[in-house]
Design a binder for this molecule. Structure first.
Ligand code: GAR
Length: 207
């Protein structure tokens, strides 16, 4: 299965996918395109180092959002990708892309949805909010993407304890390593195997 990975920043999740392809865990998966929302994303370097085609499609470079949306759809289709993986992608997707790839876009969110999600909750912010609220567990969620932020069917979640001495940065690192980099490749594998089905807006993962 060919996938397109959308990125905006460091690309540790992209790296986890690359590493899992190399190790053979994702044996039937190929990254046919990396789409970056900005040219400074370090994820682009990771793509280049692994000979993965990439393109920068920044909204600002287009006349309007529709033109940008159409170009994103065109580039993803051209790459042959069947699944879009949002791996730290911080732009809201265009309606045409969401429509054309209905139930074929997944996102990794750095908290346990439905807590600490929605508009404005990205990057370090969910971890700051978690510590401020004093919750005792947090984690990550992989879910399908629909028109609304973080509201599509949940596919996988993984939790870790929030520790008394955690700072947002320390908690973020633990969740990236122990949750995100585990459940994102695991979800891609299940989808590639045809083992994720959606029934009544609930995603079911078949063992
Ligand atoms: C990750 O923690 C990801 O969960 C988060 O951005 C970070 C990107 O890291 N995504 C969101 O906040 C989306 N709402 P990466 O570029 O190193 O993979």
């Amino acid at each position: 299965m060919k996938i397109a990975v959308f990125v905006s920043g460091g690309g540790t999740n992209l790296q986890a996918i690359i590493d899992n392809i190399k190790s053979g865990f994702l044996s039937d998966v190929e990254i046919s395109l990396v789409v970056a929302s900005n040219q400074d994303a370090y994820a682009l370097t990771r793509a280049a180092e692994n000979n993965i085609p990439s393109v920068v499609l920044s909204k600002k470079a287009f006349e309007n959002n529709d033109a940008w949306d159409m170009e994103v759809v065109a580039k993803v289709k051209e790459s042959g990708a069947e699944l879009i993986v949002l791996a730290g992608y911080l732009s809201l997707l265009g309606p045409k892309l969401v429509h054309e790839f209905s139930n074929r876009i997944i996102n990794i969110h750095p908290a346990l949805i439905p807590s600490f999600c929605g508009a404005g909750m990205y990057g370090i912010r969910p971890h700051e909010a978690v510590l401020k609220r004093g919750v005792k567990v947090s984690g990550a969620t992989v879910h399908f993407v629909n028109e609304n932020y973080d509201e599509g069917p949940i596919i996988m979640q993984k939790a870790v304890d929030v520790l008394p001495d955690d700072t947002p940065e320390v908690l973020q690192k633990r969740i990236m390593k122990e949750c995100e980099q585990v459940i994102l490749p695991a979800t891609i594998k299940k989808i590639a195997e045809g083992k994720v089905v959606i029934e009544n807006n609930i995603a079911k993962v078949i063992n």
